[in-house]
Design a protein around this ligand. Structure first.
Ligand code: SAH
Ligand code: SF4
Length: 353
């Protein structure tokens, strides 16, 4: 219980019920003199139905609802703003109980709905091309807070969510436990029941966490932000992971593939004159060839005040062709929601531009 108590909301002093493990919840209800089947009922309310108030839990006795609300909150988010892109994507600014805010995005296509969520408010990794990095880290989110974003988007679209990417604000692998717990809830039939392969986590390359992730039993998808296979360039673009060399990353990703048999994605945002030169292309081909890999070429999204510019479409096409020539699968990722600053690297914590 101690651990859960430590995550008590700063504004209310109460604990978010969703930070309790199944065992802790069982224990709590026992202390309240309740039968064990109440745990299942409560878990259904918090994870499947996304209840935001104890009063919604109509199959619980009133006295129990009241006892729970004396000790716990249900987390929950409030929507501060919602913007709709001309391509149908919606970006949300959400606020938690302690006033921390984050952004998340819903991206419909056909009858599918992809949701992009944040793992932290802000980010401490300081990547030179990223709006989130520029603002620094406010705090990590709990599993329930990450999960809440998916529920919020689902309810706003009133549609089943088909895939979730942890590619919003923050570095998920410096918030590993909460991230994994959220992914498990999203995957679980008691939660959203989304297949593990349709849940993707993106990391800037925290090596110890990648090793750990390789041992997780689920078939989650891993994306690694590479952005350059030249050490000097990568150090300049991604100072937060300077201490993990590309050589080490290469080795660890080899181990990941051997262990899991799963194909990782490498993300590569093309920046004119920085990581789109012939040397850079050669190094990227060497990093990926003979390895199970998918390269996602992303057109750099412009971030206000940044000195970086995107490469041309022709250059992006050339990257894809040359990677294909050495047997590496590559695609150009279409950015969604650019007109509302909802594309990769454009998420901030405040309203407006
Ligand atoms: N911190 C994690 C996940 C969030 S960032 C990570 O870095 O992987 C999600 C993706 O957006 C990453 O691949 C990131 O490198 C990319 N990104 C950041 N800024 C960008 C920008 N201005 N243009 C395009 N992609 C960007
Ligand atoms: Fe953080 Fe990812 Fe942005 Fe880098 S790209 S600053 S790791 S959110």
């Amino acid at each position: 219980m101690q651990e859960a108590r430590n995550t008590a909301s700063r504004s209310t002093g109460l604990t978010d019920l969703r930070t309790l493990t199944h065992g802790q919840l069982l224990e709590t209800l026992k202390e309240l003199g309740q039968p064990a089947f109440r745990v299942k009922q409560i878990e259904e309310w918090i994870w499947e139905k996304g209840a935001s108030s104890f009063d919604d839990m109509t199959n619980l006795p009133k006295a129990l609802r009241s006892a729970l609300s004396d000790q716990f909150t249900l987390g929950g988010v409030s929507q501060v703003a919602r913007q709709v892109s001309e391509d149908g994507s919606r970006k949300y600014l959400l606020r938690y109980a302690d006033n921390t805010t984050v952004e998340c995005v819903g991206m419909p296509s056909g009858n599918k709905l992809a949701v992009c969520v944040s793992s932290q408010a802000g980010c401490g990794m300081g990547c030179a091309f990223c709006a989130t990095g520029a603002a620094g880290l406010t705090r990590s989110l709990t599993a329930g807070e990450i999960y809440d974003q998916v529920i919020h988007v689902r309810d706003d679209f009133d549609s089943r969510v088909s895939s979730v990417v942890l590619m919003g604000q923050g570095e998920p692998f410096v918030n590993y436990d909460a991230t994994l717990a959220a992914m498990r809830k999203i995957n679980s039939p008691d939660g959203l029941g989304i297949g593990a392969r349709h849940i993707t986590v993106s990391t800037c390359g925290i090596i110890p966490a990648i090793k750990r992730f390789a041992n997780e039993p689920e078939q989650f998808t891993l994306a690694v932000s590479l952005h350059s296979a030249v050490q000097r360039t990568r150090n300049a673009l991604m100072p937060g992971v300077r201490k993990f060399s590309l050589m080490h990353l290469y080795e660890v990703m080899g181990e990941y593939v051997d262990k899991t048999g799963r194909r990782p994605t490498y993300e590569y945002a093309l920046i004119r004159g920085v990581n789109d030169t012939e040397d850079e292309l050669g190094a990227l081909c060497d990093f990926c060839r003979d390895n199970l890999a998918h390269v996602n070429i992303i057109k750099l999204n412009e971030v206000k005040g940044s000195r970086f510019q995107p490469s041309s479409d022709a250059r992006a096409g050339e990257f894809v062709r040359r990677l294909a020539n050495v047997g590496v699968e590559a695609t150009i990722r279409q950015s969604r929601g650019q007109d509302i600053d909802a594309a990769c690297g454009q998420l901030k914590q405040r309203l407006g531009k």
